[in-house]
Design a binder for this molecule. Structure first.
Ligand SMILES: Nc1ncnc2c1ncn2[C@@H]1O[C@H](COP(=O)(O)OP(=O)(O)OP(=O)(O)O)[C@@H](O)[C@H]1O
Ligand SMILES: [Mg+2]
Length: 305
């Protein structure tokens, strides 16, 4: 089941620029879904559409399996969000800020202490929010977003501007919200490295199109299938014949033999076969593509479409 499901979601702000092109997002219930894309790709526009903050023009948006345009208020009551700049009152304390939201949401008062506890701001007492670090402000924004105990949390670049420590803190907080409080999370970012350790699923958007959607493992296997191995031996011509019994896609260069990345078992078997044929192995190396490289290649492909 999907917590968020869009089909053929398109959007334009002007006749000349189509910002979203038939976006299909499928966010499984219980997942942490990383919505990745470079600046201007259309992340914020998509998330604003999901929250009904801009009017849908084309396509379908389902939240919790129900059309957003038919049940907007009821569906948004189960959704928390933080889109771009967090709106907080600097002259008030954390608790006072949450009191405003509690009245707005009309949720029970004890939710305030619970939310502050969850985000790690229970001990900030009389400290005004303007004296908070950026990381604390971001966590307070998360507290406002979870105050009404939503089932879905939509966050637009919540790690923007945070230092590495702040990023780790935010990652831990979001993991807790997901695993201990059962909240499905959609988080956008323009840096894969920033959310790679957090997400279970990813959707990659580039120039308004989804260029990849699936689990992180699927992205990793794509990485595996595109990675290469090189082999250097005392007799590359003879070695290549042996390599060909393991894999067909073999290229012999002056210096080495290159081939697609083999499984661990096949690497061991190839090594044994070379030794049996008395071919000295000088080098056997996997040249793995970084996930970031795969991400950049996916993005660049669409830029040149
Ligand atoms: N209100 C608006 N009016 C006109 N054009 C807009 C508006 N909002 C966004 N755009 C355009 O839509 C495109 C996508 O913008 P969007 O903010 O959704 O991208 P993004 O992926 O969130 O980028 P970033 O990483 O910079 O936040 C951009 O070309 C942007 O200029
Ligand atoms: Mg944005």
């Amino acid at each position: 089941m999907y917590c968020v499901h869009t089909t053929a979601l398109s959007h334009r702000f002007s006749a000349s620029q189509q910002v979203l092109k038939e976006i299909e997002l499928a966010v499984p219930t219980g997942s942490i879904y990383g919505f990745l894309g470079p600046n201007g790709a259309g992340k914020t526009t998509t998330l604003r559409l999901l929250l009904g903050l801009i009017k849908k023009q084309q396509g379908e948006i389902l939240l919790f399996d129900q059309p957003l345009h038919l049940h907007r208020l009821q569906l948004l009551r189960q959704t928390g969000s933080m889109i771009e700049v967090p709106s907080l009152y600097g002259h008030l304390t954390a608790k006072e800020n949450l009191l405003i939201w509690q009245k707005l949401y009309q949720c029970p008062k004890p939710h305030i202490a619970e939310a502050l506890q969850i985000v790690g701001l229970a001990d900030t007492g009389n400290k005004r929010v303007r004296q908070f670090s950026l990381g604390m402000k971001q966590r307070l924004s998360i507290a406002t977003a979870i105050l009404h105990q939503p089932a879905l949390l939509i966050l637009d670049e919540p790690t923007n501007g945070l230092d590495p420590y702040g990023i780790i803190e935010m990652r831990d907080l979001l993991k807790t919200l997901n695993t201990q409080h059962g909240i499905t999370i959609v988080i956008s970012s323009h840096l894969l490295a920033e959310i790679e350790k957090l997400v279970t699923h990813t959707g990659i958007i580039s120039a308004g199109r989804i260029v990849f959607q699936g689990t992180l493992n699927e992205l990793v296997s794509r990485q595996q299938s595109e990675s290469q191995m090189i082999l250097q031996t005392a007799n590359n011509t003879e070695a290549a014949q042996i390599v060909k019994t393991f894999v067909s896609d073999v290229v012999i260069n002056a210096q080495h033999i290159s081939m697609p990345l083999l499984s661990k078992e096949k690497i061991a078997a190839l090594h044994r076969a070379l030794v049996q044929h008395k071919i000295d192995v000088y080098e056997m190396n996997a040249i793995k593509k970084e996930l970031e490289t795969i991400f950049m290649e996916l993005i660049n492909q669409t830029k040149h479409d």
